[in-house]
Design a protein around this ligand. Sequence first.
Ligand code: CA
Ligand code: CA
Length: 281
Amino acid sequence: MDSKFVICWGIVSLIVLVTHQSKGDNEAEPKCFSRFDYDYKMLQKLVSLEQTIQNLKDSLADSKKRIEELSRENEQTTQNLKDSLAETINKIQELSRKNVDYGSVYIRWGRNECQDKAEVIYKGFTAGKKHNDKGSGSNTVCLPEDPSWLNYSTSDYPRGTVYGTEIDVEEPNGIFENKVNNQDIPCVACHIKKGSVIMIPGRGHCYTGWNLEYAGYLMAEFHGHPGPHNHVCVDHHPDFIQGGGGNANEHILYLTISKCGSLPCPPYANDKELACVVCSK
Ligand SMILES: [Ca+2]
Ligand SMILES: [Ca+2]
């Protein structure tokens, strides 16, 4: 056999093997009928192989290009997410700052200091209408210890009147830890950095999720005394105004008790002193 023919056969076989592997099909090996025939087939395979290689190069270039595009898109998406996250964080911080700037206020009746985290706005004296006056203001007020005046007159003409407050709770009562009867009581205005505050009558404890400001007893005027009067929540451990233990009987606060009827019992009960609580959130 001609050595060139053998070489041709070998090369063609190698080309067919490579082409076969690259295409992954099962093309039959070419048959050599003459030297020219195999030269021609070898040339065809070389051309085909070159085209395949070029196709692979093109495909590889396209893949690289697509990967670069995806990479750029991914970078842009990541940057967009980072920007969005930063904007969200800024909004949260802004809302947080606003929330800190907000606050609530309440009067702690019967005490001269706020709870630890609350700011004292002013300390004062609990006051209101005289218990047997028909008129004057009906509500209890917290008059500051350091009053300031605008215009005033000492002339005698019709006006309302305000008196200091004392507690009338006969001893022993089993309600307060110390003797409170006839004691004049202070008050204090408190500021807290929380958005909401509520006084709940008939509860000695806050509901879940709310913070205790103070607990006490619901107090008002004696039911036999004339005129309207409001309810206030007096601290369960009241402070007293120095020298105020005398029986002045001016503006007076009494404990209040629940009465069954339109008020369902249970959960309420006859003649029980009502608690109260001031809660914040
Ligand atoms: Ca008194
Ligand atoms: Ca009294």
